[in-house]
Design a protein around this ligand. Structure first.
Ligand SMILES: Cc1cc2nc3c(=O)[nH]c(=O)nc-3n(C[C@H](O)[C@H](O)[C@H](O)COP(=O)(O)OP(=O)(O)OC[C@H]3O[C@@H](n4cnc5c(N)ncnc54)[C@H](O)[C@@H]3O)c2cc1C
Length: 298
């Protein structure tokens, strides 16, 4: 089955887009803000909080960065107008982080100002290690002006423990995830178990130091480990939340909710749905098996 799944991962990128769309629907909330709002309303009605994400890749032109900023503002408006229980997740490379730091700073400032005026929290997603330093630098600059901004830390990075210690000297809101990019051994833990152990270590450290933590994982071992930590530390439900991606391990997410925790679903949407879906399928060959089933059972 493993070999079959891996083979499927290779053929998915050559399947017709319309076919990919059929099974991608589970993981993305459509290609426009209207479909995304409907998905969020549905999740909210089931007591899930949400973070909305406009799909996109790193951009290099000023025009693209401004367009991307406008899309973020549109999401903020939609959250406010529809009274959604949602915040916004954003990748700074979509605002030109890699090509023009000053432009990115101006655009992100505009996003945060609007979010602040609407009482909406904004989470900076963490991207590959080439931008870790400048992403954290941007976060720290903005955190001095805004209290509605938070950042993601990746448990696979060896530096994360030190980042937790330094950043949590002030009141901070982290999302902690394993990390999704392929990084060299010199800077990243590579073993499945050592990443898990570092995850629990940095999560505990962050919580002990008073940070609010988004516990982003679909790994049941980590969910149970996190539950143990919050219990040991005697935290209230208001001091942390679980987070999962739309469409992934829905049984687990229901169980987390039923055990009385708060949980936030990451809802990606937008014109770039195709690239995002292909990445998700490549990440998890088991999903490819599901894809095959859905194709042939239609
Ligand atoms: C809310 C949220 C936000 C994130 N933000 C970032 C970020 O800003 N930067 C970053 O680098 N990474 C981010 N990630 C990704 C994260 O770093 C991991 O790569 C991803 O969550 C897989 O790790 P895991 O902890 O779920 O454990 P895994 O061991 O990878 O997964 C546990 C089980 O969950 C299932 N599963 C996991 N992922 C998927 C999937 N995509 N599709 C289907 N099934 C799956 C599988 O059954 C797997 O066995 C985010 C993840 C979440 C949930």
């Amino acid at each position: 089955m493993k070999i079959l799944n891996s083979a499927l991962v290779n053929i998915i990128p050559i399947l017709p887009k319309s076919l990919v769309r059929v099974f991608a629907n589970k993981y993305i909330a459509g290609d426009n803000i209207g479909t995304a709002v409907e998905t969020v309303k549905n999740l909210n009605s089931k007591k899930f909080m949400v973070t909305m994400d406009v799909l996109g890749e790193s951009i290099s032109s000023k025009e693209e960065a401004i367009k991307s900023k406008d899309e973020q503002l549109e999401v903020l408006d939609a959250i406010s107008k529809n009274n959604l229980d949602s915040n916004l997740s954003i990748k700074l490379t979509m605002l030109g982080l890699k090509s023009d730091y000053a432009l990115c700073e101006n655009l992100f400032n505009e996003v945060l100002e609007k979010a602040k005026s609407l009482n909406i929290f904004v989470r900076i997603d963490m991207e590959e290690s080439a931008v870790t330093d400048i992403t954290i630098q941007m976060f720290e600059t903005m955190r001095k002006k805004f209290d509605n901004v938070g950042i993601v830390l990746q448990a696979y990075l060896r530096r994360t423990e030190q980042d937790v210690i330094r950043l949590s000297e002030q009141k901070v809101n982290f999302r902690i995830c394993k990390g999704i990019y392929i990084e060299p051994e010199e800077i990243a833990f590579k073993g499945y178990d050592e990443i898990r152990q570092n995850y629990l270590k940095v999560l505990k450290l962050a919580l002990e130091r008073g940070a609010y933590c988004g516990i982003a994982t679909h790994d049941e071992y980590l969910v149970e480990g996190a539950e143990k930590i919050v219990k040991e530390l005697g935290l209230t439900k208001q001091q942390y939340e679980f987070q999962m991606l739309l469409g992934v391990r829905e049984n687990l997410r229901d169980r987390i909710l039923n055990r009385g925790h708060r949980i936030r679903i990451y809802v990606p949407f937008g014109e770039r749905w195709y690239e995002y879906s292909i990445r998700r399928f490549q990440e998890n060959p088991n999903v490819a098996g599901q894809v095959l089933k859905s194709i042939f059972s239609r």
